[in-house]
Design a protein around this ligand. Structure first.
Ligand code: OGA
Ligand code: ZN
Ligand code: ZN
Length: 369
């Protein structure tokens, strides 16, 4: 037989919950037709034997006790999904376990980029670009027409635009009455956007329409790499930042947003899953004094680490460039620029789940490499 024999015996309720028969799942949608409470509490395998499916694939047949229900599990399905298949603790695609983390030198000469015309017409190019966002945290699309609202067209190639208080898109240019330092010529240190929203927009796009100012260069830092360095160099600081929630806030004439989340979020196994960091919008924290003391020491240590030059990938956006990046992982930055020169980006938000869905469907169609 196949590898299924060496895998641990699947728990009865798990196996029965996955019965593919037409009484258990609607054949049109694949959705379950029963409640978990409909299954016998004392469910057990009554008998089992090798069999074949209606399509002739080798399968495992189980007749259940005490209700006599019959289930047929293709061996290929068992090999792919039974406990122990695919490693002991598979990730959900969002944690460090499924990423290629990087420092600037790791990407020297191999920036993940794609030409817009090819991306727009060739599914394989699109799949490769979206896969870069998942694996490295970003892709740089080149040759995107530097037109008003084009950033929304880019977002709609892989998902839905997440409208926020800044609108469907936001203008990054010098404003007379800025409600955010981004809309001045000031230097902006590495940060994630909108940490005061919960849920946070998980993807960000920045499309360059003009960049003629002196300064205004871009930077990206891999927050997962930085958080892993913190864990290695100062485990206590890492631990504090995964446990003590920070508070972020944003307010202007029409908006008052607030969120309480940790700077580093881990999954149940302690793997880094989200980073949020924004010195501009960190609000007054409300915690007991000893926790505030521990938080501020750890925050300062992490902030210093995030500013290490070797972590920061520096480049300059030119008109037609559109950066698409994971706002739960990468921090973005820009150098100060002279407000006299024209610099204009249009930004938008979208979400990683939609991008993952688009990529999965492209792969289904054979578009991925
Ligand atoms: C922003 C921002 C970067 C830039 O608008 O959130 O970080 O390059 N802008 O102007
Ligand atoms: Zn069934
Ligand atoms: Zn920003």
């Amino acid at each position: 037989m196949t590898a299924t024999t060496t895998l641990p015996r699947p728990p009865a309720l798990w196996l029965r919950d996955n019965c593919p028969c037409a009484d258990c799942r609607d054949p049109r949608s694949g959705q379950k037709l029963f409640q978990i409470t409909d299954l016998p509490a004392a469910l057990a395998v009554g008998s089992a034997r090798e069999s074949v499916t209606a399509l002739g694939e080798p399968a495992h047949e189980v007749v259940w006790a005490p209700d006599g229900h019959r289930s047929l599990y293709p061996l290929a399905w068992l090999d792919a999904h039974a406990p122990g298949a695919g490693g002991s603790h598979p990730g959900d695609g969002r944690t460090e376990a499924d990423k290629e983390t990087w420092a600037a030198a790791d990407l020297a000469g191999r920036l993940p980029e794609a030409d817009w015309a090819a991306y727009d017409t060739d599914d394989a190019v699109r799949a490769h670009a979206l896969e870069s966002v998942q694996r490295l945290g970003f892709v740089l699309l080149r040759g995107v027409p530097p037109r008003d609202r084009q950033v929304l067209t880019v977002a709609r190639t892989f998902g839905h635009v997440r409208e926020t208080n800044y609108g469907e898109l936001f203008e990054v240019r010098v404003e007379a009455e800025p409600n955010n330092l981004a809309f001045t010529g000031a230097r902006i240190t590495p940060h994630t956007d909108n940490p005061y929203r919960d849920p946070v927009p998980t993807l960000q796009l920045l499309h360059c329409l003009a960049n003629e100012a002196r300064g205004g260069d871009s930077g990206l830092v891999d927050g997962f790499h930085a958080a892993a360095l913190l864990r290695a160099e100062d485990p206590d600081a890492f631990d504090v930042l995964t446990r003590v929630p920070a508070e972020f806030a944003f307010a202007d004439a029409r908006t008052e947003l607030r969120a309480q989340r940790t700077l580093i979020e881990t999954d149940s196994l302690g793997r880094i899953r989200e980073v949020r960091f924004n010195n501009r919008s960190l609000a007054t924290l409300h915690q007991p004094a000893d926790l505030l003391d521990a938080f501020y020491r750890a925050y300062r240590t992490f902030a210093a680490l995030l500013l290490r030059p070797e972590l920061r990938l520096d480049f300059r956006l030119t008109p037609g460039d559109c950066l698409v990046f994971d706002n739960t992982r990468l921090l973005h930055a820009r150098t100060a620029f002279s407000e006299a020169g024209a610099r204009h980006l249009q930004g938008a938000y979208a979400d990683l789940d939609g991008l993952a869905s688009t990529l999965a469907v492209l792969r289904r169609a054979g578009g991925a490499r």
